[in-house]
Ligand binder design. Structure first.
Ligand code: URA
Length: 254
């Protein structure tokens, strides 16, 4: 192949979302398949999934509703066959922090760092988020449980090249997010950015929604600006700080 063909092949892979090198040398899976003894079971990530029904949302409701614990919910998500994002992601990013915390944060979707580490909000935006919450004395793993938060995302798999979640993806994963909230039973929710508001409030327009208390599943829910937005718009940190103070006051009310 000449250099132009190689460059085109590389660009094609990047467009499909294969934008990271994960081994030192390429693996020729066609050769591996030829060498493998016929009777050998395929590795888990290549194993055929159960037949897929035509009702992704109904299946999600049934699977999420049947989960009686957070561990069972994580397992149910791992077995959910309808969302194509799972095929391109390295990790199922479920949650971090303390599940018993009074405060639960819901973000958008894992990015590259989250996909690698298997935890939500661990990249640059997540580091800013941690600093913001530390300012009001709340963190993922504090010594005192009342100073903890619990954090998840609307989508558990990284969309290729961090594209926006589609309405179909949000609709099929929403029953899992709602069950996640029911099982964690937080007193207060924080919705981080537009996609969390779209999923849980059915509304967009975060610059207007932010700072206004809403209700989600019978709990007070505060929309806030996404820290990735704050990294690009430092002037908006003033509004974000006002929202952190409003949250702190609400938490002190008990
Ligand atoms: N942005 C999100 O919304 N969630 C993450 O986990 C990381 C970045």
């Amino acid at each position: 192949m000449d250099a132009h063909a190689l460059k085109a092949a590389l660009e094609w892979q990047i467009e499909l979302g294969a934008d990271e090198a994960i081994c030192d040398a390429p693996i020729n899976r066609f050769e591996l398949a030829k060498q493998a003894p016929k009777s050998k079971a395929p590795p888990p990530h290549l194993a055929p999934v159960a037949p897929v029904s035509a009702d992704p949302i109904g299946d999600a409701r049934a699977a999420a509703g049947a989960a009686g614990t957070l561990d069972a919910l994580r397992e149910a998500l791992g077995a959910y066959p309808h969302c194509e994002l799972r095929k391109g992601a390295r990790s199922l990013v479920f949650s971090d922090g303390q599940p018993e915390a009074r405060l639960m944060l819901v973000g958008e979707a894992p990015g590259r760092d989250e996909d690698i580490q298997g935890k939500p909000f661990v990249g640059r935006a997540g580091q800013l988020l941690d600093l913001m919450f530390a300012e009001i004395g709340i963190s993922r793993h504090p010594p005192a449980p009342e100073q903890a938060f619990y954090i998840t995302n609307v989508l558990p798999w990284r969309p290729p090249q961090n594209r926006d979640p589609t309405p179909e993806e949000i609709a099929m994963i929403l029953p899992f997010v709602e069950r996640h909230i029911e099982l964690a039973q937080p007193d207060i929710l924080v919705l981080i950015g537009n996609h969390a508001c779209q999923a849980l409030l059915g509304r967009r327009g975060i610059t207007k929604l932010r700072g206004q208390w809403n209700e989600v599943k019978g709990r007070p829910a505060l929309p806030m600006l996404h820290p990735a937005y704050l990294l690009r718009n430092a002037a908006a940190k003033r509004e974000a700080w006002a929202d952190m103070l409003a949250l702190q006051a609400r938490m002190r009310e008990g």
